[in-house]
Design a protein around this ligand. Structure first.
Ligand SMILES: Cc1cc2nc3c(=O)[nH]c(=O)nc-3n(C[C@H](O)[C@H](O)[C@H](O)COP(=O)(O)OP(=O)(O)OC[C@H]3O[C@@H](n4cnc5c(N)ncnc54)[C@H](O)[C@@H]3O)c2cc1C
Length: 421
């Protein structure tokens, strides 16, 4: 097979490096003709094997590393138009330089790309106030599996002239089409940001505190993160309780300082640190460290679940009982309590296959029985491609399979991603 000029071999992978949408379209047509499985590449930071080759297919990767231009910042309409390969960090920095703000943030923002972020429908550290990335998109440009380019880019807030079909590409991990451009909604930047690092004795009080803050400061409360006693004690190297990160955005300096102090006192939350408009935040750095420690200490069994707030206590007390009778499982829990997303991760003694299955079954079934989700923000990729068939309704599953067949009849986009092909 003779590859087009923009294709190179790199680390045993066949990768196309298009510089524009037309070249993406041409490479998709070429792949269709030659029966290749297409895997778009952003910053490859996903955690679910979304950019791994499929073992049984001939794979071609499409890198967006040469499509990383910010095409326009329209300050009248508060819209930024970008190519797929732009990093999230560049988008944030460019917005701030215009006194604007793109309200999506995750730890690897310097590596991940907007195409990858939209394809995984990123949530992140401010989902509590701002929602997932799909809430900040104003249309996409997409290349379909036959090479057709669909331009859904828009600058309109109100536009019901047909359904917003581009929404299906948010969170579909590249299996419905390939995103080449996006229109992003920006917001005026808030002047002040205050971050609190708190210590609290128990989960009951934590949930009550969250509800109280939500009621009092709904428009300003952007993050409410929880760290359980383990890993808190490892992170801080001391015997530890629960720790919380609470962040508020506002346009008035010290607006909440006094009322917040009173509320924290009432719920027995001890203030460990306060940061005002700090660029290199100690608090958020600690939050990032959690992920690295988890990896180093081999808490390898990760569950990215979300639960209605009303079921958190129930989930935790049942899981604590389960761990008490199954001592081979050591927990490492943290998460975005404000939006319901809990990263409940475990180390399994001896990495025994039977125990791993027991643990997965337990967490998945308990989460679903409490009306939760077993894939909250990291997606499914190839790592979790068995879950939809196992746990979604037959009607949902069949609809998805038929929908995919319609969009990608020759199965060129993401073999074995999301579900087994
Ligand atoms: C330390 C860390 C913290 C994280 N924290 C969060 C968090 O707080 N919240 C959260 O939601 N997620 C989080 N994530 C996961 C996050 O969803 C992904 O890492 C990120 O969005 C992927 O972007 P990427 O550019 O690296 O995409 P990649 O990893 O390269 O790709 C992701 C998926 O999208 C597909 N894809 C990539 N580009 C395109 C395109 N242009 N068109 C179609 N499909 C495409 C890929 O084939 C793949 O399936 C975290 C990850 C890490 C490593």
């Amino acid at each position: 097979m003779k590859f087009p000029k923009i294709v190179r071999e790199n680390n045993n992978r066949i990768i196309a490096f298009p510089t524009n949408t037309k070249e993406v379209s041409n490479i998709v047509k070429f792949s269709k003709k030659n029966g290749l499985n297409i895997i778009p590449l952003g910053g490859e930071t996903n955690r679910v094997d979304g950019t791994k080759p499929d073992k049984k297919s001939k794979n071609i990767f499409i890198s967006f590393s040469k499509m990383k231009k910010i095409l326009e910042i329209d300050t009248d309409n508060l819209i930024m138009t970008v190519e797929s390969g732009v990093t999230l960090q560049k988008i944030q920095q460019k917005s701030l330089s215009k006194n604007l703000f793109f309200p999506v943030n995750i730890a690897p923002s310097d590596k991940c790309t907007i195409g990858g972020n939209i394809s995984t429908n990123v949530g992140g550290l401010q989902t509590l106030k701002y929602g997932n990335i799909e809430d900040h998109i104003n249309g996409l440009e997409v290349v379909m599996s036959d090479g057709t380019v669909l331009n859904f880019l828009s600058k309109l807030k109100k536009d019901n002239f047909g359904p917003k079909l581009w929404k299906i590409f948010c969170g579909s991990e590249g299996i419905f089409g390939i995103i080449t451009k996006a229109n992003l909604n920006l917001k005026p930047k808030n002047k002040y940001k205050t971050t609190y690092f708190l210590e609290l004795r128990n989960l009951d009080k934590t949930i009550l505190l969250f509800k109280r803050l939500r009621n009092a400061f709904y428009d300003h409360l952007t993050s409410f993160e929880i760290i359980f006693p383990i890993p808190s004690s490892i992170l801080l190297n001391q015997k530890s309780n629960f720790h919380l990160i609470v962040e508020m955005h506002s346009n008035e300096k010290n607006k909440f300082q006094k009322p917040l102090k009173d509320i924290f006192q009432k719920y027995l939350a001890k203030i460990i640190k306060i940061e005002n408009n700090i660029k290199n935040s100690w608090i958020w750095k600690k939050r990032e460290e959690l992920v690295h420690i988890q990896k180093d200490l081999k808490y390898n069994h990760k569950f990215d679940i979300s639960l209605p707030l009303s079921h958190w206590k129930n989930f935790i007390s049942k899981t604590n009982k389960f761990i008490k009778t199954n001592k081979q499982f050591s927990p490492y829990f943290f998460g975005h309590l404000g939006d319901g997303n809990l990263h409940c991760n475990f180390k399994v003694e001896n990495e025994n296959e039977k125990d791993i299955k027991l643990l997965s079954k337990y967490i998945y079934e308990l989460t679903l029985s409490l009306n939760g989700s077993i894939a909250a923000e990291h997606g499914l990729g190839q790592k979790k491609n068995m879950l939809l068939k196992r746990y979604k309704s037959k009607k949902y599953y069949n609809f998805l399979i038929n929908f995919k067949k319609y969009l990608d009849p020759n199965k060129n986009l993401g073999v074995n991603k999301l579900f087994k092909s």
